[in-house]
Design a protein around this ligand. Structure first.
Ligand SMILES: Cc1cc2nc3c(=O)[nH]c(=O)nc-3n(C[C@H](O)[C@H](O)[C@H](O)COP(=O)(O)OP(=O)(O)OC[C@H]3O[C@@H](n4cnc5c(N)ncnc54)[C@H](O)[C@@H]3O)c2cc1C
Length: 477
């Protein structure tokens, strides 16, 4: 046994502030240091900036499409009509963009990150709905001004046209999906119900597309109509390919099965799965998959969990904390259960690194992707530091592995223990700087519960770490 004093990897400052940073007894060392698998060839990635630039360019093209067809007029009905065309085209483009963000295209997922894409989708969805409403209102006003009738008569009149009835139905569907995503509603609705409702988006988008094709901007210009159709077809093919074909192909090719379920701590288990040809997945440490366990009470839902170890010997491992119905059931899985895994997803990987020194900052079960990175991020002794925040020592999971990795790599490992409402905050800027004096020379990988993550990101920035060097993953969509 080695005492903490002779272990350079766990040096705890002898300051009263750090009384809660508890050095623990060192467990027996494993006889063999973990094998670091060779890094896979870098996959294609789109940076967030490139994606935003591309989408903005598409938006500009859409406005150009409107401009070349717009006929300047100061008549009120013509003004309403031309603004309705602009908002309609932008709404159509927006719907397409929202679908693309959720198409799970690997280059976008791995470069931008699933959580960021989901945030953009949620925010963008509100603007797109706003554009749909603006389009409908402007078109109604334009028609009413043209015919000299009131809005109600105009609405009933226009519903006789199939293209307009389709548009109204599409807008109603998209509104229902948007409403189900409002925070207050989402908290009350089961995740599966919300997902099922979200499938209506495809129907809404299809109806909107039919309406746009019959509208004056596209119907009048064969080239514009062709371009619009090509854009929609491309996004449609990406959706079918990455959300349907790839998962089925992966399931058939890899034949994953549970081989072990191991208790790691109170309410936390690791599930080890074995399959065929898993190297072909090119899963990187820090990434996650969506897992569907073909078990009586779990097969209906697919849940996101990060890999808690690098892929090796055709096995994948996740570490799951029981926090709801499904995660509680995972503890009862038995070897032999078949698993459908879709992925890998996520951008919390080595490619984001810009500095030699790296700080990994984990809260609770957020340790899972950071555990895999701790083992595999290239670095010399002294380059890596892992800070692991937990309520108390009993809640630390994968501890023996973390300590073995720290020892074999000459990396620093600190446990920051104590309740989250403790007056001493180990994640305060001065506390972080005391633990990692050259903090501003580090890239920081951060993963934990949403409250802890945002507090830690703020503290890191106040401690001098630029936002562009803080890489986070939220365990919530
Ligand atoms: C990218 C990512 C990586 C994650 N990695 C891990 C990990 O390594 N270990 C771990 O223990 N937890 C991880 N989680 C969290 C884990 O996915 C949720 O705790 C789990 O899905 C909750 O399921 P439940 O039915 O037991 O709980 P519930 O009580 O039903 O749900 C709890 C919360 O989880 C969210 N949730 C439920 N189902 C899903 C779903 N299918 N997809 C997305 N969110 C859902 C809901 O928003 C809900 O608010 C990760 C989450 C994400 C998004």
């Amino acid at each position: 046994m080695t005492s903490p004093a002779d272990t350079p990897t766990r040096s705890f400052p002898a300051h009263p502030l750090y009384s809660r940073i508890t050095p623990q007894a060192v467990p027996p060392r494993p006889t063999r240091a973990p094998r670091i698998p060779p890094a896979p060839a870098p996959p294609l990635r789109t940076s967030p900036r490139a994606l935003v630039t591309g989408l903005a360019a598409g938006g500009a093209l859409t406005v150009t499409l409107w401009l070349v067809q717009a006929e300047p007029s100061l008549r009120l009905d013509a003004l309403f009509a031309t603004l309705a065309h602009l908002s309609g085209l932008l709404a159509g483009y927006g719907i397409l963009t929202m679908l693309l963000l959720m198409a799970r295209v690997p280059a976008i997922e791995h470069g931008v990150g699933a959580d960021r894409l989901a945030r953009w989708h949620a925010l963008g969805g509100r603007y797109v709905l706003g554009l749909c409403f603006a389009h409908a209102a402007l078109a109604l006003c334009g028609y009413a001004a043209h015919t000299g009738t009131d809005i109600l008569t105009t609405t009933l009149d226009l519903m006789r046209y199939p293209g307009l009835a389709a548009a109204a139905a599409g807008t109603a569907l998209l509104t229902a999906v948007g409403a189900s995503s409002a925070r207050a509603v989402r908290r009350r609705v089961r995740h599966e119900t919300w997902r099922a409702l979200h499938l209506l988006t495809y129907l809404g988008a299809g109806l909107a597309f039919a309406h746009q094709l019959s509208g004056p901007d596209l119907a009048g210009g064969p080239l514009a109509a062709w371009l619009w159709t090509m854009l929609h077809s491309t996004v449609g093919v990406l959706l079918v390919w990455y959300r349907l074909v790839v998962p089925v192909r992966q399931a058939l090719r890899h034949s994953l099965r549970v081989i072990e379920v191991r208790t790691e701590g109170p309410g936390v288990v690791s599930v080890v799965m074995q399959g065929l040809g898993l190297d072909a997945l090119r899963a990187e440490p820090g990434q996650f998959f969506r897992w569907r366990f073909l078990h009586r009470r779990l097969w209906r839902t697919s849940l996101p969990f990060s890999l808690s170890a690098p892929v090796r010997d055709d096995t994948l491992r996740i570490t799951v904390k029981a926090c709801g119905d499904h995660t509680r059931r995972i503890r009862r899985l038995r070897p032999g259960v078949r698993v459908l895994a879709t992925g890998p997803f996520g951008a919390l990987t080595a490619h984001r690194r810009t500095r030699r020194k790296v700080l990994l900052l984990a809260g609770g079960v957020g340790i899972t992707p950071l555990r895999a990175l701790f083992e595999t991020l290239p670095g010399n002794p002294g380059d890596l530091t892992l800070l692991y925040r937990a309520g108390d020592a009993a809640q630390l999971v994968l501890r023996e592995e973390l300590e073995a990795i720290a020892d074999s790599r000459g990396a620093a490992l600190h446990y920051l223990l104590g309740p989250s409402d403790d007056p001493f905050d180990p994640l305060a800027p001065h506390a972080l700087r005391r633990l990692v004096p050259d903090l501003d020379e580090h890239d920081v990988y951060l993963c934990g519960p949403p409250g802890m993550s945002s507090a830690a990101a703020g503290a890191l920035k106040r401690a001098g770490v630029p936002g562009s060097h803080i890489h986070t993953e939220h365990f919530a969509f």
